[in-house]
Design a protein around this ligand. Structure first.
Ligand code: ZN
Length: 103
């Protein structure tokens, strides 16, 4: 029986805020290891390559896979520089940003 291949991305971007001298909070995205982001209780994640929505998988069992993300939308993965489907594609396609990026 073939194993189902799942995308596992161990680095993502998390949303952070920087406080401006005016007191306003200005958001920015920071590249981070997913396991660290989970430990730091980051709330907002996106793909670091295509900026698309991702699903978070936390590490549950000691010997299981480390916390990681996968693209929420397969289409993003098909055209993301770090996407499993993009990396498997053999048609010489070029990567692009997600159709509906997380901002
Ligand atoms: Zn992506």
């Amino acid at each position: 029986m073939a194993t189902i291949q799942r995308e596992k991305i161990y680095e993502c971007e998390v949303k952070r805020y920087i406080k401006k001298p005016s007191g306003a909070r200005s958001p920015f995205w920071k590249i981070k290891n997913v396991a660290e982001a989970v430990a730091d209780e980051d709330k907002e994640y996106r793909c670091k390559d295509c900026h698309g929505k991702v699903k978070l998988f936390r590490k549950h069992v000691a010997n299981g896979p480390a916390s990681h993300v996968e693209h929420a939308d397969k289409q993003d993965s098909e055209y993301c520089a770090g996407g499993m489907y993009f990396l498997q594609a053999t048609d010489g396609r070029t990567p692009r940003l997600a159709a509906d990026p997380v901002v």
